[in-house]
Design a protein around this ligand. Sequence first.
Ligand SMILES: Nc1nc2c(c(=O)[nH]1)N[C@H]1C(S)=C(S)[C@@H](COP(=O)(O)O)O[C@H]1N2
Ligand SMILES: [Mo]
Length: 308
Amino acid sequence: MPLFKKPDITENDITDYNIYKNRRQFMKTAAGLGIIATTGMAIQPLFSQSTKKSFSTDEKPTSFKDITSYCNFYEFGTKKTDPSEYAHELQTTPWTVDIDGECDKPGTYALEDLLKPVTIEERIYRLRCVEGWSMVIPWMGFTLADLIKRVQPNSNAKYVRFETVYDPDAMRGQRSDMLEWPYVEGLRMDEAMHPLTILSTGLYGKDLLNQNGAPLRLVIPWKYGFKSIKSIARISFTETQPFNSWQQFSPEEYGFYSNVNPEVPHPRWSQSKERRIGEFMKRDTLMFNGYAEEVAELYAGMDLKRYF
Ligand SMILES: Nc1nc2c(c(=O)[nH]1)N[C@H]1C(S)=C(S)[C@@H](COP(=O)(O)O)O[C@H]1N2
Ligand SMILES: [Mo]
């Protein structure tokens, strides 16, 4: 994975966020008055009235422009601007997700059917890339636990494995052997069931753009960004630990857990500091990306230097 590079876009674009906040205020008022408008909203229904404040950071979100143009999505190339340039080449409707392995309700699910019973809510999370930069992203999504409960994993299911869509005609990066395709990620079942772990369908109140992993991507805020796999086409319940893409690429550098940990350096660079995109000074990286209170107990008794 390349070392930190300065974003190509440095302009501090707060206009989008103001529009977004005003729209949110409008939606709340509209909901209060019972005049709920639904036009132009494909997946994002309404801002949930019961936004779980406790899970959202009140730090200032990174600009919409930076979030959507400074991306890692190697299926479209390795440059930060490749995804925003080429990801439109992927067709995301219709979309299906294969659910298989150790569960009682396997099948090929249409995305609409997976989304029908869920309430989309906003979660403002930090995202820390292993390369040494971070963002604050106002995601729209629902808990992965919601979906898992519906497909009923059996007692052999110890892990959840995810695959990105494989479509080399549309994804130019998949025509190279930079990584083995499709991109694979995995979580232990308790990590997958944790209320902080979400499947995202949007950000800043809009449907995800392809470069951010439309139409469905994982977000696990206490782990390095590469765990948050994009454009998910398969979810499997497994008895054995999945062998994720970056671990396949370089097992000494990228582990299965990949919890954000300022005390465990990457073999080629320190992880103790990070640059928040849009800011100049570096800031300290926090244990579990600042979510220790919520997730440290998942790893009680584990040597986090060994299980990095
Ligand atoms: N399929 C797939 N998912 C992926 C990646 C990728 O290359 N392919 N990059 C990961 C990395 S390294 C990061 S930091 C985040 C970036 O998410 P964002 O571009 O939406 O901010 O996506 C992750 N998910
Ligand atoms: Mo990353």
